[in-house]
Structures are given as structure tokens and as C-alpha cells.
Design a protein around this ligand. Structure first.
Ligand code: UD1
Ligand code: UDP
Length: 359
């Protein structure tokens, strides 16, 4: 079986690593990796290939940053050419980025089956580019791998019931595999002079927060008012918007410590030892839950509804600093800990299912 994997953004490298390990072990499977180049800085891309031992991509499209249409369009043409040349049995895509949509659209138009890992997630907010990418990708996919029961229900509500598999979350597999390795190899806690449980870890990168000066200002007001240290690994999008909106004043005389985007081991280590995680990231919300760290989600809605129902995650939006600060001050670890993300065998279930198909 020849599998063509399309990845391009940070969270996709982390999601893809566990399946790539399984493909590598089977001599009857060839995985051709296409890196779209959506993320290209060393610490947004290469570092994950090295650390997670993902095979070097056969193709790097180097599309770089651009508007949605231009970026997706560039990917689409190049992926189509590669697909025609490689003739894979299946195209594998992950998550909800522009790279996901380009991969699924290019393949489905030329009748190459698409498998979508992390299918069925919905925020029900079509203003998010990710929501458009997920909706379209799910409707173009032949095989759909859902991480949670609610994602299976979302697909059912849209009439997608065939070839839908509940697998658990592949990011949980990665945490189980890498957590102890990360804790033993990372020295980020001492490097940043932190006391475990006595700092907050924050990430902000969603377009709806970074591109709106009022929302970004509200979030920086919150972070700069907290009484403990706040570690803020700064996504390049956020860095450039802080500069554009002239918001650097929030970092003067505050507890915020800005760091460059971190590698996976440093990130897992910081997440697992934090008092609380404050984020608008999908992956980071889930990882906080998987590591049993309370999370405040700086968005108006989430796809990871199970974390909210279980009370480990609180949705606070990004428009009212007072109410966000109040939510932070009231947050504590719940007693109950349900396990909505499976048992860490998502990659094995996906692998076995792909092997069953006769594409
Ligand atoms: C993308 C995904 C988002 C995902 C995120 C993960 C889409 C529409 N969005 O958002 O769903 O949560 O990745 O991190 O696909 N930049 C750099 N260096 C890089 C990459 C980006 O400087 O290596 C800067 C550029 O200024 C670029 C901006 O970041 O314009 C945004 O990058 P882009 O990939 O377009 O979107 P993300 O915000 O990263
Ligand atoms: N991550 C990382 N370093 C960072 C920030 C995030 O390794 O500085 C990891 C994080 O642990 C998670 C993934 O990147 O596995 C989440 O990606 P991101 O927040 O960029 O995107 P999203 O999940 O929101 O699409």
C-alpha cells in the first residue's frame, strides 16, 4: 500500500509522528510525505521532524505564508502534480489547516481516496478558517477517523455515517509515548527558573484573537495582570500582530516571560508542570486535559466539548478581561476525570483499519 501523507503546520507534525512510526515498521507500506511548507521556521517545523523522528518529507512545496486563497491554491496545484506522479492508494490528511484542505481537495478531484484523521470536529463558527477546512475535508473523505464520540455524532448529523471510525485521539498516543522522554530530556523548568505548579503557561495564535486588536489587547491585559509568572511561547503570527498593533507595553513590568516557539519536549514539560494552561490552541487544550492540568480557553467556542463538560476546561472568550480574570481565580482541579480521548491506541486502530481496506 502506498500512502501519501500531506502535512504542513506544527500540530500536524505531532499528529503524524505516531502513524509514521507504524508505517515504517511494515515493509509492505510506503509512506510518501508531502510537506506543504505552510510552517517553515526551524522551530515551527524542522525541530519536530528531528525530535519526533518523522521521516524527511519526499516533497517540500515551500508554499510559505500568504492569504488563504493564494496559500491553498499554491498547495493545490503542486499536490495534484505529485499525486498524478505518485499514484498513491490513499491520501492521508490531519486536522483542519489549509494544508488539510489542499490535500483532500486535490486528491478527491482525481479520485484518490482520502483518509481524514481528526474528523468530525466542529466549532459551528464558519468565520473560523479551520471550520471551513474541516467541513469540506470531512465531506470529501472516504475514511473518517474520529477522536471523540461527539465528533462521530457531528458527522452523523451531516449525513456522514459510512466508513466512520471512533479511534480516540492520536495526540494522546503521542503524549503516552513521549511524556517521560520529554520530562527526562527537557531542562526548560530550570532554564526559565520556574517552580512547578507556580506558573501559568499561555499560548495565543488563533486569527480571531490575534487579528482583532481589541481581543488581543484584552488577552494581554489578562496575562499582564496575573500574580504568577506567565510563560508565553510566542507564535510568529502573534509576534507580528503585537508589533503591528504596538502592544509591547504589556510586557514591561509584568510577569509575562516571552519565549520563542518551543520544541515538543519543552512544551509537554511546561504543560505538565503548570498551575493552569491559558490558550486558544486546540491541541494545547487537549494536552492540558490529557496531562490533568486545568485549562482556560481564550475562545468563544471549542471543538473539544468533552473537556468543558468534565469541568477541566473553561471557555472564557477574549472580550472581557474582568470575567476572564475571575474565571482564572475560581479555577481548580475537579475531582472527576473522565477519559473521552480513548486509551492511547488511536494510531494502532487507524493503522489496522487502513490495512483492512482494499483501495
Ligand atoms: C495555522 C492554521 C491553524 C493552526 C495553526 C497551528 C490555517 C488556516 N490555520 O495557523 O488552524 O492552529 O497553523 O500553529 O491553516 N509564520 C512565520 N513562520 C512560520 C509560519 C508562520 O513567520 O513558520 C507567520 C507568518 O507571518 C504567517 C503567520 O505566521 O502569515 C500565520 O501563519 P499561517 O500558517 O498562515 O497560519 P497560522 O496562524 O500559523
Ligand atoms: N506546541 C509546541 N510548541 C509551542 C506551542 C505548541 O510544541 O511553542 C505544540 C503543542 O504541544 C501541541 C501543538 O503544538 O502539540 C499545538 O499546535 P498549535 O497550538 O500551533 O495549533 P492548534 O492545535 O491550535 O491547531
Amino acid at each position: 500500500m502506498k500512502i501519501l501523507t500531506v502535512i504542513g503546520a506544527r500540530p500536524q507534525f505531532i499528529k503524524a509522528c505516531m502513524l509514521s512510526k507504524l508505517f515504517k515498521k511494515n515493509s509492505k507500506i510506503t509512506e510518501v510525505i508531502v510537506h506543504t511548507g505552510q510552517h517553515y521556521d526551524k522551530n515551527m517545523s524542522d525541530i519536530f521532524f528531528q525530535q519526533l523522528q518523522i521521516p524527511k518529507p519526499t516533497y517540500n512545496l515551500a508554499v510559505g505564508s500568504n492569504s488563504h486563497g493564494k496559500q491553498t491554491g499554491k498547495m493545490l496545484g503542486s499536490i495534484e502534480e505529485i499525486l498524478l506522479n505518485e499514484q498513491p492508494d490513499i491520501t492521508l490528511v490531519y486536522g483542519d489547516t489549509n494544508s488539510t484542505l489542499a490535500g483532500s481537495l486535490a486528491a478527491s478531484k482525481i479520485h484518490i481516496p482520502v483518509a481524514h484523521v481528526e474528523a468530525g470536529l466542529r466549532s459551528f463558527n464558519k468565520k473560523m478558517p479551520e471550520e471551513i477546512n474541516r467541513l469540506l475535508t470531512d465531506h470529501l473523505s472516504t475514511v473518517l477517523f474520529c477522536p471523540t464520540t461527539s465528533s462521530v455524532v457531528n458527522l452523523k448529523n451531516e449525513g456522514i455515517e459510512n466508513n466512520v471510525y471512533l479511534t480516540g485521539d492520536i495526540m494522546y498516543d503521542a503524549i503516552i509515548y513521549y511524556k517521560n522522554i520529554a520530562l527526562s530530556q527537557s531542562n526548560i523548568i530550570s532554564q526559565l527558573n520556574l517552580i512547578p505548579q507556580d506558573y501559568y503557561l499561555a499560548t495565543i495564535h488563533r486569527a480571531e484573537n490575534t487579528d482583532n486588536p481589541n481581543r488581543l489587547k484584552t488577552l494581554l491585559t489578562v496575562l499582564s495582570s496575573l500574580e504568577r509568572k506567565v510563560i508565553l511561547p510566542l507564535h510568529p503570527r502573534t509576534k507580528s500582530k503585537i508589533k503591528d498593533f504596538n502592544l509591547n507595553r504589556f510586557f514591561l513590568n509584568s510577569n509575562i516571560k516571552i519565549v520563542e516557539p518551543l520544541d515538543y519536549f519543552d512544551m509537554l514539560t511546561l504543560e505538565s508542570q503548570a498551575k493552569m494552561v491559558l490558550t486558544d490552541s486546540g491541541g494545547v487544550q487537549k494536552e492540558a486535559y490529557m496531562l490533568q492540568v486545568p485549562c482556560i480557553t481564550l475562545r468563544d467556542e471549542t471543538e473539544w466539548v468533552e473537556t468543558v463538560t468534565a469541568k477541566w476546561n473553561t471557555l472564557v472568550g477574549a472580550s472581557d478581561s474582568e470575567s476572564i480574570l475571575e474565571a482564572i481565580s475560581k479555577t481548580k482541579k475537579p475531582d472527576e476525570y473522565p477519559t473521552p480521548f480513548g486509551d492511547g491506541s488511536a494510531s494502532k486502530i487507524i493503522y489496522d483499519t487502513l490495512n483492512k481496506y482494499n483501495f
